[in-house]
Ligand binder design. Sequence first.
Ligand code: FAD
Length: 420
Amino acid sequence: MMDAIVVGGGPSGLATAHAVIQARPGARVAVMERSDLRPRGATFGVCPNGMRALEAIRPELKQALMQHHCDYEQRVIYDRTGTRMPSPPGDSGKTRILQHGEYIQVAWHSLQSTLAEALPPGTLHTGHRFLGYSESSGGVAAQFETAQGVRTIEAGVLIGADGGQSAVRQALLGDGPPQFLGMAIWRAVRPRPAGWTDDHAVWGGIGQSIMVTALQGDLLCWQAFRPWPADKLHLIGGRRQAYIQENDGGSAAQQDGVGSASPSELGAERIRRCLDAFNEWPPHVLDLVATTDPLSVTEHGQFFRDPDTCQAYARGCVALVGDAAHLGTPMLSQGCSQALEDALELGRAIGQFGPTPEALAAYEAVRVPAASEVQRWSFKLLRQFQQGQPGPSEVDVNIDQGFIKRQHAPLVPAVTARSG
Ligand SMILES: Cc1cc2nc3c(=O)[nH]c(=O)nc-3n(C[C@H](O)[C@H](O)[C@H](O)COP(=O)(O)OP(=O)(O)OC[C@H]3O[C@@H](n4cnc5c(N)ncnc54)[C@H](O)[C@@H]3O)c2cc1C
């Protein structure tokens, strides 16, 4: 029997595994991930509070992640016709965040691979899709679909780290899917075209924009955002898990309702929809989209949960972390940092109480107030953005609400090692 099964090998799941092993040396932890680990996703920021949480879990993880940091100078702003706009005074955003600690910009898969490679061998199991679980007096028995058939694994606790469309959440709370926020997002990482000069730029603004960020290895990440009607959600993947492509586990194409279209045909359709959505924007920016390998383009709606409906992160032997627990909007750049804070506090609680319901309840008591507040502000900022209203910026909220100032005590390994 394992001590803990973690469902999901994204940032929250992998960091939770590290935290449990760090806090409780000798703990038997398994991370069950449905996909493989090939590069996917675009870039995101890890805020100073997230970096401190990662350091508190294991300082070496933070050092390893810093190697993937994509540093850039001031962001260049253009309107949707391509006319350069004045930059905010002193590029205040990044400078002001850096006053509160390290802030890094990394590719999603760099974070995933950094955390995965540092786990003890045999901890991470890819190709395992969570199906369901049952509770017993000694813990849980969880079922996974694998290429070899259904596998059942028993553990003291089950941790749902399976993202915004969490199956563990549905099995635990049954509160239905998250809400569609009325936004569509297209993203890709691609080679930098000859002559491309902008390392960090945004076209457009409130409500509709295309952002380009340079990555290591002469790569660029582009991300296009625009309002999208709910009655056309099915065209951009419906409620399909964000970022997952047709060849991840093979079931997303069926959910798309596209039958036998090949992954590259589907990718080409995504590019076409993105180009249609941004027609008449600067040609060289659209060319960046048009000449991207169709297989690397992701397309999805943006989803969110109301924080008032996210006040339970644990029940009995099952807990939720990261987006599975408190899916916010992307407006505060805090999704990953909150996932890392969850991992740290869950590890700390399991270090103190062992892999037990007491530990999960202690984790919930610490994290619900802290993560809810971030989730609530991320929603306020999204509404402001969608409605074109003036209001505090993402940076103002992160600083004024103290999110990026949060400090985290290091994990101290429990004296008691493996339990039974
Ligand atoms: C592939 C991917 C790419 C992303 N790229 C970006 C990005 O470029 N920019 C950005 O801002 N945010 C990105 N995100 C979202 C961001 O990482 C998260 O919002 C945040 O960091 C919280 O992380 P999480 O680990 O809780 O959830 P997630 O990052 O969503 O990770 C959840 C993990 O659980 C796995 N999973 C889901 N269902 C099951 C199941 N039934 N059985 C087993 N495993 C399951 C998923 O494959 C995934 O690896 C991405 C998420 C994913 C899954």
